[in-house]
Ligand binder design. Structure first.
Ligand code: KIV
Length: 276
């Protein structure tokens, strides 16, 4: 039996908005973002001290078992976004713009972003900026808050030659500094820095008027984001250096399944009070 999620009362206002991001940077308060892809985990996160939930296209890898994020479509991201919005109606929800959606012109990007906002997001995240700064500006001017994403941008995995640390040499670092400035200029409200050296992330953070959110970018960013499944340790085979396991979720899942199976086989589940 499953309880419908949307039968619960909805809070009248969000617990955080993009304005809180600027305020947090000004006050030196660290921002915390966690990914979410479904209603049940969003419900568990709804009352936790995280500033926003990111419906990342990492869903393709984490939830759907793909090798990369390229298969995400606007429809699929909208479906995940709707589920997260049902689970955590009071949270600030940021949804990823899928692969190439910002490269097909402003009208296409606007329609995709609108679908994500209609599904329950309050902001979108866009990877990269070169060649589509104008599209980002168009979204922002249309009232759609945009979070940028630089460094290791997974949608460009084929161009980058794999999931590698970015900005290691002087030229690449200068390029990243310039892109961070371009994003702020285009009106992004925050900027994810993924897999860049901590010293470079620190420099960009100090120079940037918008908050930086790091993942594999050291501790000097204005905030941090992690994939929920990584921080819960749900995938024993995936152990990136930057993703600390705050609990051993894989052990918990396995223990639960083992206990269930053994209780069924020993005849101790279900007992009378667990039936009708
Ligand atoms: O898709 C995603 O989850 C992301 C974060 C890892 C930043 O882009």
């Amino acid at each position: 039996m499953v309880r419908p999620f949307d039968s619960r009362p909805r809070p009248l206002r969000q617990t955080a908005s993009i304005r809180d991001f600027a305020a947090a940077k000004a006050a030196g308060r660290k921002l915390v973002i966690v990914t979410a892809y479904d209603a049940w985990s969003a419900r568990l996160l709804a009352d936790q001290p995280v500033d926003a939930l990111l419906v990342g296209d990492s869903a393709m890898m984490v939830v759907h078992g793909e090798r990369d994020t390229l298969g995400a479509t606007t429809e699929l991201m909208a479906l995940h976004t709707r589920a997260v919005a049902r689970g955590a109606p009071g949270k600030l929800i940021i949804a990823d713009m899928p692969f190439l959606t910002v490269r097909r012109g402003p009208a296409h990007a606007l329609e995709c972003a609108a679908q994500l906002l209609r599904a329950g997001a309050q902001a979108v995240k866009v990877e990269g900026v070169r060649g589509h700064a104008g599209v980002i500006g168009h979204l922002v001017e249309s009232g759609i808050p945009v979070m940028g994403h630089l460094g290791l941008t997974p949608q460009s995995v084929n161009a980058l030659g794999g999931y590698r640390v970015q900005g290691r040499n002087a030229a690449a670092a200068a390029q990243l500094r310039e892109e961070a400035a371009m994003l702020a200029e285009a009106g992004a409200f925050a900027l994810v820095l993924e897999c860049v050296p901590a010293t470079l992330a620190r420099e960009i953070t100090a120079a940037s008027r918008v908050p930086t959110i790091g993942i594999g970018a050291g501790r000097h960013c204005d905030g941090q984001v992690l994939v929920l499944h990584d921080l819960l340790g749900l995938d024993p085979e995936f152990r990136p250096r930057f993703a600390r396991r705050f609990v051993d979720g894989a052990a918990l899942v396995r223990r639960g399944a083992t206990r269930f199976a053994s209780a069924v086989r020993r005849g101790t589940f279900p007992v009378a009070k667990e039936g009708f």
